[in-house]
Design a protein around this ligand. Structure first.
Ligand code: SAH
Length: 242
């Protein structure tokens, strides 16, 4: 898979691409990143890429011709072109799962006041990473590509992915490591006794509990398995006893 990022600040990606899992996956040739400086497509020798908005208003807007030329030079007919924008559809794990199937992705990062609106015509989708305004699309592009890259099959063992938050519509159950007791808090006994059937049931129950507590709306419309139904009744009974 190839991920191309169009940005005015290529230096922001140095740490991102050279650390931990992303670095490892790149070194295994499972993904190729290309970071392109939009300034290379500026229209004058002063390397200008933006201008003041028509009709007034604060700040500078990236020019559509500059951004479009950068897309044309870096995308092919196979490339899925994403425009980072607070106006976009809110990005979720479902999008990561959809996008990991693409052969090539290009992510366009705006800056300052954003990009001339005419750029939307040349993009396949607009993506927002949440309801807040960033100074630029760089962090958004890292969030998007990080979530995609870690899904690349060979990069991570299938077992660890399956039980992660959001993968099965539940938050992840609480996890523990050594020491077995810390500041009066003990690791639940079930997890230390090696009975895998019990451990699975215990974790599923806790995943349901966590989701009910922190993100109950995630359970709306869920079709519960008979086992989950039983566990939910147990959870309800326990909360009545408390
Ligand atoms: N004036 C614009 C905001 C521009 S912010 C508006 O009000 O809609 C500058 C750039 O940061 C945007 O072009 C986009 O690339 C990026 N950006 C800001 N917030 C974002 C968000 N929530 N999700 C994705 N990208 C974002």
């Amino acid at each position: 898979m190839k991920i191309t990022i169009l940005t005015l600040f290529p230096e922001m990606y140095e740490g991102f691409l050279n650390t931990s899992m992303i670095k490892r996956i790149i070194s295994k040739d499972l993904v190729e990143f290309k970071i392109v400086d939009i300034r290379d497509y500026s229209i004058d020798r002063y390397r200008h890429v933006d201008d003041t908005p028509y009709g007034g208003g604060a700040g500078m807007l990236m020019r559509v011709d500059v951004a479009h030329h950068a897309i044309l030079d870096n995308a092919t007919s196979k490339t899925r072109v994403l425009l980072t924008s607070p106006k976009g559809k809110k990005y979720t794990q479902e999008d990561a799962k959809r996008l990991v199937k693409e052969e090539e992705i290009l992510i366009l990062c705006g800056h300052y006041e954003g990009i001339d609106s005419r750029i939307e015509k040349y993009c396949d989708e607009m993506v927002s990473i949440g309801d807040y305004i960033l100074t630029g699309g760089e962090l958004a592009s890292m969030v998007i590509s990080d979530s995609i890259v870690r899904l690349i099959e060979e990069s991570i063992s299938p077992e660890s992915l399956k039980e992660e938050s959001f993968e099965d519509g539940l938050l992840e159950y609480p996890q523990y490591t050594r020491p077995v007791e810390y500041d009066g808090e003990e690791v639940p006994f079930v997890l230390t006794n090696g009975n895998h059937k019990e451990i699975r049931r215990f974790n599923l129950k806790n995943a349901l509990k966590e989701t009910l507590k922190y993100r109950p709306e995630m359970l709306e419309g869920r079709v519960f398995t008979p086992e989950e139904e039983k566990l939910l009744i147990e959870i309800q009974e326990e909360s009545c006893e408390e």
